[in-house]
Design a protein around this ligand. Structure first.
Ligand code: DC
Length: 228
C-alpha cells in the first residue's frame, strides 16, 4: 500500500514550512515540522541549564521531553500551539538563543535516534507532509515523493529577518545571516544524517520563485505520483 508521505527537506529558512503548510492544507494531510522537536529539546536544555555540550544530558532530555503539537488557541500569528511537557512554548522555541544552539544539539546521535523514532511513528500513518533535514534520507527513505528546497544563505536570512520584524521583534540582518551560515555549516557537515538531498529527491531552487509557485510545482509532482 502506498504510504502517502511527502518528504520536504532543505536548509534553514528555505521556505519549507510555508510550502509544506500550503500542501498539507490542499491535500488534507497533516503538516509535521520536525525542526520543532530539535528546538524543543534545545529549549528544554537551556531552561534546565543543562550545558549544550553535555551530549548525555541532551539525549536524556530528547527521550523524556513530551512534545505536543495542537491546533492554535491564540490568534497571534501562530499556526499551532507547541506544548513542551504541557506548557505553551510556541514562541520560545523560535528565539535567537534557540537558533544559535539547536544545530549543535541536533548533531548528537542519541538525540537524533530518539526523535527519528517519534517522527517515523507519525510518518508511517501516511497522509503527512513532513518537513526537516533528513526526512528523505533517513526518517522516511521510502517516501514516494521527496523534495529538497534550496535558496542562497542571503535570501534565506532576509526571509528570517523579515519574519522577526513582522512579529515586532528586534532583528539585525547581519546577525541573522551569520547564524544561518553557521547552522548550514553544522547541519551539512555532521556525521549522522547530514543535510543533503536524497538521491531520488527533486531539487527546487526557491531563490526567485514565490512560495505559491513552489507549492504548485510540488502539487503537480504529487499528482504524477498518485499522492494527490
Ligand atoms: O527547520 P528548523 O530551522 O526549525 O530546524 C532547527 C534545527 O533542527 C536545524 O538547525 C537542524 C535540526 N533539524 C534536523 O537536524 N533534522 C530535522 N529533520 C529537522 C531539524
Amino acid at each position: 500500500m502506498l504510504v502517502k508521505t511527502i518528504a520536504l527537506d532543505g536548509p534553514a529558512a528555505s521556505g519549507k514550512s510555508t510550502v509544506g503548510q500550503l500542501l498539507a492544507q490542499e491535500l488534507g494531510f497533516l503538516f509535521f515540522d520536525t525542526g520543532i522537536m530539535y528546538r524543543a529539546v534545545t529549549l528544554a536544555a537551556l531552561e534546565a541549564e543543562v550545558p549544550i555540550d553535555d551530549e548525555t544530558a541532551c539525549t536524556r532530555l530528547a527521550e523524556e521531553t513530551h512534545i505536543d503539537v495542537r491546533p492554535p488557541t491564540t490568534d497571534d500569528g501562530r499556526t499551532n500551539d507547541i506544548l513542551i511537557n504541557g506548557a505553551d512554548k510556541t514562541w520560545q522555541i523560535r528565539t535567537p538563543e534557540v537558533d544559535a544552539n539547536v544545530s549543535e544539539v541536533s548533531t548528537y546521535p542519541g538525540v537524533r535516534a530518539a526523535l527519528t523514532q517519534k517522527q517515523r511513528e507519525i510518518g508511517q500513518r501516511g497522509e503527512v507532509v513532513m518537513v526537516g533535514r533528513d526526512i528523505g534520507t533517513v526518517v522516511m527513505p521510502d517516501a514516494p515523493l521527496k523534495i529538497f528546497l534550496d535558496a542562497s544563505a542571503e535570501e534565506r536570512a532576509r526571509r528570517r529577518y523579515q519574519e522577526r520584524l513582522d512579529r515586532g521583534e528586534p532583528a539585525d540582518y547581519e546577525e541573522v545571516l551569520s547564524i544561518v551560515r553557521q547552522r548550514d555549516q553544522i547541519d551539512s557537515t555532521r556525521d549522522v544524517a547530514p543535510l543533503r538531498p536524497a538521491e531520488d529527491a527533486r531539487i527546487i531552487d526557491s531563490e526567485s520563485i514565490s512560495a505559491e509557485d513552489v507549492f504548485r510545482i510540488i502539487l503537480k509532482f504529487a499528482q504524477e505520483k498518485g499522492i494527490a
